[in-house]
Design a protein around this ligand. Structure first.
Ligand SMILES: NC(=O)c1ccc[n+]([C@@H]2O[C@H](COP(=O)([O-])OP(=O)(O)OC[C@H]3O[C@@H](n4cnc5c(N)ncnc54)[C@H](O)[C@@H]3O)[C@@H](O)[C@H]2O)c1
Length: 377
């Protein structure tokens, strides 16, 4: 694993808990973690249960006792590391967004294909049992034709103007702001549940233009170093409308300026026969509405997706005994490792990452041109 902070913790936990809950014959061995600062990476290795550490990711990729490379570093590093790992014949899992640009994303896809390794991108929210169940309801035709996909991904962790100019706020490191950081997850949910997006029109806004220098300090905290101020070069918020291949109309909003919303990743889907809605902050439940329900009893009802019928839920506790954010990563890594051992390409993968990146790129183009833009797949 390369990187060891917020996502490093989420992924390390997933490798450790996978065999515990799923009783699978696949037992990941946490061979080595890599980071640039020796003391910090040594501590991280001890805390998160990695056998050894490296201070240069290139050394980790050269090691013959490693089969899988997990990339949990900022976005500008994904392409270089993934392409090197593919050339070294390692299977790769990388955090989202896949890359900084569509071009880089395509190069990454080409590298994994040429070297015939398995690949996955970490859109973990697909793996909430309630979202998987929503997918099943849609595939079973319970909603009929889908008219609307409506997503908001709302956070508020950078609202303080003194929150530092961390890597997430620099275009050359992150590619984009709210759009690629959280909007990319909504786009993945849309593609997973409804299908491909062909055209978009949108706008991006940066509310706070300058911030003090500083670094991320674990989770979504920032540590300011007030010596100098620098320019924010990414969007604080984005809103866009999308047309799907299926004729569905999509509306998306992603912002880190929605005070009081810590990680409000929500969607609602309206079809000819019913509607579904989900909210990450109540991730175990799915609201469903079916037009065929008896008159007088119609309305949204809330299902606790903790039953055997709900994907992955049976691996844990009795019904009603809920699971959390970290479990979405266990499920994703379950698919990844089974893909490797069963020689099946899991999803979402770099192909999905490229399609997602093409939508991010089209939204940015539209924000600049102030026109509808075609998604360049
Ligand atoms: N799936 C999700 O829900 C989710 C949530 C948060 C972040 N992410 C993604 O995960 C990735 C990491 O984000 P994070 O929140 O864990 O970031 P973070 O700032 O908490 O951690 C980044 C890690 O990368 C290391 N690092 C930074 N620059 C490096 C470089 N040039 N070379 C090697 N190591 C470097 C840091 O030391 C740190 O260990 C990003 O791509 C981000 O978009 C995904």
């Amino acid at each position: 694993m390369i990187g060891y902070q917020f996502m490093g913790k989420a992924h390390s936990h997933a490798y450790r808990d996978l065999p515990f809950f799923f009783g699978t014959e696949i037992k990941p061995v946490l061979r080595a973690v890599s980071g640039r600062k020796e003391e910090a990476v040594k501590d991280a290795a001890e805390q998160m249960g990695w056998e050894s550490y490296e201070t240069d990711w290139r050394k980790l990729i050269e090691r013959e006792d490693i089969d899988v490379v997990d990339i949990v570093t900022p976005n500008h590093t994904h392409a270089e590391i993934a392409i090197a790992a593919a050339k070294a014949g390692k299977h790769i899992i990388t955090e989202k967004p896949l890359a900084l640009t569509l071009e880089e994303a395509r190069e990454m896809l080409q590298a994994v294909k040429e070297n015939n390794v398995k690949h996955m991108i970490c859109h973990n929210y697909r793996f909430a049992p309630a979202v998987q169940f929503a997918k099943k309801l849609i595939e079973d035709g319970k909603l009929g034709h889908i008219y609307h996909f409506r997503a908001n991904y709302l956070q508020d962790f950078i609202m303080d103007p003194e929150f530092p100019l961390v890597w997430r706020l620099k275009k050359e490191v992150s590619g984009s702001g709210a759009l690629g950081d959280i909007g990319a997850h909504s786009i993945d949910l849309a593609r997973f549940l409804v299908g491909e997006i062909t055209e978009v029109v949108g706008t991006m806004e940066t509310f706070i233009k300058e911030r003090p220098a500083g670094e991320m300090a674990g989770g979504l905290k920032g540590q300011a170093d007030n010596s100098e101020y620098g320019e924010v070069t990414v969007d604080d918020a984005v809103a866009f409308i999308a047309k799907f291949e299926s004729g569905t109309l999509g509306t998306f909003e992603a912002t880190r300026f929605a005070g009081g919303n810590r990680n409000k990743n929500k969607f609602e889907i309206n079809g000819e026969k019913g509607s579904l809605r989900w909210d990450m902050e109540n991730m175990n439940t799915l609201d469903v509405y079916f037009a065929e329900d008896e008159a007088g009893l119609q309305g949204f009802r809330t299902i606790s997706c903790t039953e055997e019928e709900h994907p992955y839920a049976g691996a844990y506790w009795p019904p009603g005994h809920i699971i959390g954010y970290e479990h979405t990563f266990i499920h994703l890594i379950h698919e990844f490792l089974h893909g490797i051992t069963g020689n099946v390409q899991p999803a979402p993968n770099f192909e999905d990452g490229v399609k997602n990146q093409a939508i991010l790129e089209a939204v940015e183009r539209s924000s600049n041109s102030r026109k509808w833009e075609t998604v360049r797949n």
